[in-house]
Design a protein around this ligand. Structure first.
Ligand code: PGA
Length: 250
C-alpha cells in the first residue's frame, strides 16, 4: 500500500450504542472535500453496529485494540478473527493509554502486530515519547526503540500493512500539541529510521500520522508538513463538524 492521507478518529471509551449511531448519522451527512481516507474507531461493543450503519459509505471502521491469541481462555478480550468476521480491515495497536494503563510492552505489541497481519488486518501502530523523555533529549531514542522492538522484525512486504501514528504522550488529551515543526522533525526522523532498517521505498511508502490534540484550528498547519500524512484524532473526533473540518484540512 502506498502512502496516503488518513484521518482516523479514536473514540476511546466514549459513546453508547445510540450515541454511536447518532454520531455516524452526523458523519455521513458531511462531505469529504479532500483526499483523506476517513476512519472511525468506536469501542469494541459498537463496532458491528458501526459497520452496519456505514454500509455504502466511504468512512471505514477500525478497532481500538485486540488480543494477540487466536482464541481461548482470555476473559473479556477480542480476537483478530472476530474483528475480521464483522468486516473490519484495520486495528489500532499500541496506543499510549493501552501501554500505560494495561501495561502493553513493545514485546507484547510485536505479537499483536504479527497476529493482526496474519489475519490480513492493517495496523495503525501508535508510539511516542513521554514529556520526561523529551525534556531529557531522549525522544528520538525512545521512538526508535519502540519501532525497532515492535515492528522491525517484519518483512518489507509486511510494512505495506502498517500505518504509523506518532503520538507524543504529553500532547494527548492535554490541549498541547507538538508544534508543526516538532511533528515534522520526528516524522522525518522516523522515515530515516525506516530507511536504515529497510530501504527508501518502504520508508517513502509508509503513511505516518500525527496524534495529540489535533483540532480544526491547528490541523491545516500540521498536515502541511511534508512528512505528516494525516492524523489520529481523539477528543475532536467526537463531534462530526470538528472531525470533518480536520478531514477537510487536506
Ligand atoms: P487527543 O487524542 O486528540 O484527544 O489528544 C489523540 C489520541 O489519543 O489518539
Amino acid at each position: 500500500m502506498s502512502r496516503k492521507h488518513i484521518v482516523a478518529g479514536n473514540w476511546k471509551m466514549n459513546n453508547n450504542l445510540a450515541e454511536t449511531q447518532a454520531l455516524i448519522t452526523d458523519l455521513k451527512s458531511k462531505e469529504n472535500t479532500g483526499d483523506a481516507e476517513v476512519i472511525i474507531a468506536p469501542t469494541s461493543i459498537n463496532l458491528h453496529a458501526a459497520v452496519e450503519a456505514l454500509k455504502g459509505s466511504t468512512i471505514q471502521v477500525a478497532a481500538q485494540n485486540m488480543h494477540q491469541a487466536e482464541s481461548g481462555a482470555y476473559t473479556g478480550e477480542v480476537s483478530a478473527g472476530m474483528l475480521k468476521s464483522i468486516g473490519l480491515e484495520t486495528v489500532i495497536l499500541g496506543h499510549s493509554e493501552r501501554r500505560a494503563y494495561f501495561h502493553e510492552s513493545d514485546e507484547l505489541l510485536a505479537q499483536k502486530v504479527n497476529t493482526a497481519l496474519q489475519h490480513g488486518l492493517r495496523v495503525i501502530f501508535c508510539f511516542g515519547e513521554e514529556l520526561e523523555d523529551r525534556k531529557n533529549g531522549k525522544h528520538f531514542e525512545v521512538v526508535s526503540s519502540q519501532l525497532k522492538n515492535a515492528l522491525f522484525h517484519l518483512s518489507a512486504t509486511q510494512w505495506s500493512q502498517i500505518v504509523l501514528a506518532y503520538e507524543p504522550v504529553w500532547a494527548i488529551g492535554t490541549g498541547e500539541t507538538a508544534s508543526p515543526e516538532q511533528a515534522q522533525e520526528m516524522h522525518a526522523f522516523i522515515r530515516t529510521t525506516v530507511v536504515d532498517s529497510y530501504d527508501e521505498t518502504t520508508a517513502s511508502n509508509v503513511t505516518i500520522l500525527y496524534g495529540g490534540s489535533v483540532k480544526p484550528a491547528n490541523a491545516k498547519e500540521i498536515f502541511s508538513k511534508p512528512d505528516v500524512d494525516g492524523g489520529l484524532i481523539g477528543g475532536a473526533s467526537l463531534k462530526a463538524t470538528d472531525f470533518f473540518e480536520i478531514v477537510n484540512a487536506f
